[in-house]
Ligand binder design. Structure first.
Ligand code: NAD
Length: 456
């Protein structure tokens, strides 16, 4: 179907007001859940073909979140869509005031490849919950997962309501020529800028879920083994191809040696390193990314790992040591299974280094000292994060998820996602039975006095 035709059909359907009915939205969400359940085995097979992601990781980091959020929306849409009363003030007596959440219209969701199901379907589910129609454009890099999403969605939902459009840059460019009521983009900072510019032509509101280098502070008083265990899991999940993965470590130099040892022993426990052909550990998405990552592997700085196999696009979980902020690995988001460890002697200096860079998407701090934790949380600006944990804040739907500064704008998950895809229409509602007349001319000193009093 031509994009112009698809877009026009969605506009017509949105204007029919059908999606504004809560019962319609709940029905569609339940149907979405059923379709996911019925096609789980195909979804697992497709993602394994794309980059060797296991059923376990796919459920844990993708499908579970989709089911969870569908359930949250089904349970709460009715309440969240209700008009909300607010106070009015004497100046408008005897009116009442309320806010009506309303859908925005025809929305576009552009997904990234690294969590291909979740990053395309979660915003789409959220947009449906808020009462919009949706066009999804998943990443072309994970072609098998894009194809299966197109198949299960396009055969089960009418295109005037929800449709997947597959394709690369030319398709996205064509989509962006249309005046969407909302664009939700997940991807890199450079492409985020392209999307923002295209949206600006139509004054279309955007949510940009971008990336960046997320620091992890490991302080001298942390529990070293638990810290290392949580970091190893968070970093090497999806082979480091996670937007909120700890990008680099800032460790207090007094515990550096012990911490490095703890990282290594946890890696050994979790992964059968070289030659691992199990489905425990995913592949690098393509050879271009493999080659980019390989260049970052400075042999003089490898503490452990560093095994590679280009044919299988395999890079073992790797720790780099003796890293400074000038090293190449510290310049851009790594987005792969390489973890540089920078040691510091002065926390203030370490914080200054982080603050000298663009605001990260995530930040983690491991410590038992509440004062130091509070200091890091106060002084460093970042999208969201965790204390004594990494990545898992993503899984709490009560925490709005999104970036700040170069790591993105806007947020989603749970109620914040519903709000992102809604407009809040403010209404003042006044009866006819009373007219104070003070706002009308002829003006007088007395009227002014009353107005001044009313506004105080
Ligand atoms: P990407 O920016 O290359 O691609 C994202 C989407 O944009 C894809 O659908 C792609 O087809 C499209 N696209 C690519 N180039 C385009 C162009 N010139 N014009 C129009 N559309 C274009 O990102 P990616 O490689 O898929 O994902 C990796 C990046 O995404 C990382 O930076 C990562 O941190 C970030 N990310 C952020 C989040 C988040 O929630 N904040 C989640 C996952 C990934």
């Amino acid at each position: 179907m031509k994009i112009q035709e698809l877009y026009s059909k969605q506009q017509v359907f949105f204007n029919s007001n059908e999606t504004k009915n809560i019962s319609f939205r709940i029905e569609q969400l339940k149907k979405f859940r059923k379709i996911l359940e019925e096609n789980e085995s195909e979804l697992y097979a497709a993602i394994f073909e794309d980059f060797g992601k296991s059923e376990f990781e796919t459920f844990e980091s993708e499908l579970s979140l989709l089911y969870h959020e569908i359930n949250i929306f089904v349970k709460n849409i009715q309440r969240w869509s209700r008009r909300k009363k607010v106070s009015t003030g004497l100046i408008n007596f005897p009116a009442k005031s309320y806010i009506i959440p309303e859908p925005l219209g025809v929305t576009l969701v552009i997904g990234a490849w690294n969590y291909p199901y979740q990053l395309s379907m979660l915003p789409a589910i959220t947009s449906i919950a808020a009462g919009n129609t949706v066009i999804i454009k998943p990443s072309e890099l994970t072609s098998k997962t894009s194809a299966i999403m197109a198949k299960i969605i396009n055969t089960n939902f009418p295109s005037n309501f929800l449709h997947v459009v597959e394709g690369g840059i030319p398709v996205t460019k064509e989509l962006l020529t249309h005046r969407f009521d909302k664009i939700f983009f997940t991807g890199s900072i450079p492409v985020g800028k392209i999307i923002y510019q295209a949206a600006a032509k139509h004054l279309t509101p955007v949510t940009l879920e971008l990336g960046g280098k997320s620091p992890t502070f490991v302080l001298a008083d942390c529990d070293i083994n638990v810290t290392a265990k949580r970091i190893v899991w968070a970093k090497f999940l999806n082979a480091g191809q996670t937007c909120v993965a700890p990008d680099y470590i800032l460790v207090d130099q007094s515990i550096e040696t012990k911490f490095l040892e703890a990282l290594r022993s946890n890696i050994k426990e979790f992964y059968t390193v070289a030659g691992d052909t199990s489905d425990n550990y995913v592949q690098i998405i393509n050879t271009a990314n493999f080659d980019r990552l390989q260049k970052l592997l400075d042999p003089n700085k490898i503490y452990c790992g560093g095994e590679i196999d280009r044919e299988r696009r395999f890079i073992s979980p790797t720790i780099l040591q003796n890293i400074s902020f000038d090293d190449e690995i510290m310049q851009d988001e790594i987005f792969g299974p390489i973890l540089p460890v920078v040691s510091y002697s002065d926390l203030d200096e370490a914080i200054q280094h982080v603050k000298a860079r663009p605001k990260p998407l995530a930040c983690y701090v491991y410590s038992k000292n509440r004062k130091t934790i509070a200091k890091v949380l106060k002084e460093v600006s970042f999208g969201g994060g965790a204390v004594n944990e990494s990545v898992m804040h993503f899984a709490n739907s009560n925490l709005p998820f999104g970036g700040v500064g170069l790591s993105g704008m806007g947020s989603y998950h749970g109620k914040s996602g519903f709000d992102t895809f809604s407009h809040f229409k403010s209404i003042l509602d006044k009866p006819f039975w009373f007219e104070a007349n003070i706002k009308y001319s002829p003006y007088s000193k007395n009227k002014l006095k009353i107005i001044k009093w009313l506004f105080k």
